[in-house]
Design a protein around this ligand. Structure first.
Ligand code: ZN
Length: 288
């Protein structure tokens, strides 16, 4: 297992972590100041400043992209299917333009929440079928672009609105059906926030192996959690055995970035950007 205590060479900043403190160009400047060499930006942040400006910033500072957030939201009724398809292809194109390691997929929940304007459905089995169909179709496009797709299983509390893929095992089943040859084109983004509770987590990490482990995201689970989406904790402030999970991931050969991804309306989004980044670096050394 790699020793992270001495430096933060393997820290990547998911730029949503400081999304309230500045635009993406300000965030990249701050990362450069703090010696952070990798980022994972969100599409809305890129759109706000323009793809070309982001490409220039990435090139100027020599950033690696541990991922690009995000594609997905596949469930849709017939009226929204083309929108979903086009949107996801654009996400692949942007990820490729920025030379991201993978496009992270948050696959979507029930169709009216995944693609607003779709007819109301309570059929989660249908949503899961729509997800698999959507990933299968996008995979051909992504392969042609050379962009790996990383399915991010989300905690079951998001099943209705954000993701009906809720366990690592479920995500790996999809990978095995759509990419049985383990070509590297399809895998998972493992986010400790979503999977830490799963009794099958460590078996799932072994099953995933290096071929499927495309990204590793860290933050912490606070007790109590005050908001379902926007109360993620800084590493070390919650209950997740982050280092144990990283150890398991690295035992499979994973040697990529630990991507810090914290949505924190109640705490970290209120603090100065430099303080947040300094704390991320400290905790990356002590708690990741
Ligand atoms: Zn994540």
């Amino acid at each position: 297992m790699r020793d992270f205590s001495g430096d933060h060479a393997w820290l990547s900043l998911n730029t949503a972590t400081v999304r309230k403190q500045g635009d993406l160009l300000a965030i990249t400047e701050a990362c450069a100041r703090h010696g952070i060499g990798a980022i994972s930006p969100w599409r809305d942040q890129v759109a706000a400043v323009g793809l070309e400006a982001v490409k220039t910033a990435v090139r100027t500072h020599g950033f690696k992209l541990s991922g690009y957030c995000r594609g997905g939201m596949f469930p849709a009724d017939a009226s929204k299917l083309q929108e979903a398809r086009d949107d996801n292809r654009r996400a692949v194109d942007e990820a490729a333009a920025l030379d991201a390691a993978c496009l992270v997929l948050v696959v979507g929940g029930l169709q009216q929440h995944s693609r607003p304007g779709s007819a109301v459905s309570h059929d989660i089995a249908l949503a899961r079928t729509q997800v698999e169909d959507g990933i299968g179709e996008l995979l051909d496009y992504a392969k042609a672009a050379g962009m790996p797709l990383a399915i991010e299983p989300l905690h079951p509390m998001y099943a209705a609105d954000r993701s009906c893929v809720n366990t690592l095992g479920q995500a790996l089943d999809i990978c095995d059906r759509l990419d049985p040859g383990k070509t590297g084109a399809l895998g998972v983004a493992l986010d400790v926030y979503h999977v830490w509770w799963d009794p099958d987590l460590y078996a799932g990490i072994s099953r995933a192996g290096l071929a499927r482990l495309l990204a590793f995201h860290v933050c912490d689970w606070l007790v109590p959690t005050r908001d379902l989406l926007l109360d993620r904790g800084m590493m070390g402030d919650g209950v997740i055995e982050i280092r144990r999970i990283r150890q398991a991931v690295e035992a499979e050969g994973f040697a990529g970035f630990s991507e810090v991804e914290i949505f924190s309306e109640l705490d970290w989004w209120k603090r100065p950007m430099d303080e947040v980044l300094t704390t991320c670096i400290e905790r990356h050394k002590s708690a990741v």
